[in-house]
Ligand binder design. Structure first.
Ligand code: PGA
Length: 254
């Protein structure tokens, strides 16, 4: 049984005070949640406040990106050691917004992935096709090159520590969620790629999260798919009550 993971990606939202307010409201809500792992990814400036605020709960804090070098002359960059020092246990890598606006490539995702694993962080590696790529029938080719490009230098042991997030770009922030069946097909394809590269055992243990306009009213149908092991939630993770309603999918679907 793969344990579900629900992760919130706050993107460029929330000051330190707003981060504290979120956790003050969120922690009591989740005190009885134990059917899934919970991750919250605030912006860099709020990481240590989030880690302090989450203490005593099951929430793990993630960064939204990192640099692959430990330190050096890289103006504006933050290293794995720095985010670990700020209280992070995980890191999102290769998000489509990083690829689209900040020049992230499969090669840089791969370097970051190695550095994150060396720092004992859990990477959440994002892959996903654009609308043009889907309409041109290129979804599988895009997923394959992103998956292989990010992961091909990993050992099976390293691979067993990552989470994969399938985030079709056309579904992010658009309100246009992939149907559970469409998402599930891509997840199954990614699992086949994992099996080819790392073997059956690694592939069947791999947790693949779906991301793209996940909301309280669609999480249960997504999580009902055998191939979907969790969600990476953007906009709907900013409000404690809404994010809690998503985490609570199990209660609502039963
Ligand atoms: P969204 O973002 O839930 O706001 O669509 C998801 C993501 O980018 O991780």
């Amino acid at each position: 049984m793969r344990r579900p993971v629900i992760a919130g990606n706050w993107k460029m939202h929330k000051t330190r005070a707003e981060t504290r307010e979120f956790f003050d409201a969120f922690k009591p809500l989740i005190s009885n949640i134990n059917h899934c792992e919970i991750i919250v990814a605030p912006p860099f400036t709020s990481l240590s406040v989030a880690a302090d605020s989450a203490r005593g709960s099951s929430v793990r804090i993630a960064a939204q990106d990192m640099h692959w070098e430990r330190e050096g002359a890289f103006t504006g960059a933050i290293s794995a050691a720095m985010i670990v020092d700020a209280g992070c246990r995980a890191v999102i890598l290769g998000h489509s917004e990083r690829r689209r606006y900040f020049g992230e490539t499969d090669a840089t995702v791969n370097r970051k992935l190695k550095a994150a694993l060396a720092a004992k962080l859990q990477p959440i590696v994002c892959v996903g096709e654009t609308l043009d790529e889907r309409e041109a029938g290129r979804t599988e080719r895009v997923l394959e090159s992103q998956f292989i490009g990010a992961s091909d230098t990993l050992t099976p042991e390293e691979f067993s520590r990552i989470l994969l997030a399938y985030e079709p770009v056309w579904a992010i922030g658009t309100g246009r969620t992939a149907t559970p069946e469409t998402a599930s097909e891509s997840h199954a394809y990614l699992r086949r790629l994992a099996e080819q590269s790392f073997g059956e055992e690694s592939a069947s243990g791999l947790r693949i999260l779906y991301g793209g306009s996940v909301r309280p009213d669609n999480i249960a149908s997504l999580m009902a798919q055998r191939e979907i092991d969790g969600a990476l939630v953007g906009g709907a993770s900013l409000d404690p009550q809404t994010f809690f309603s998503i985490l609570n999918f199990k209660q609502r679907s039963s």
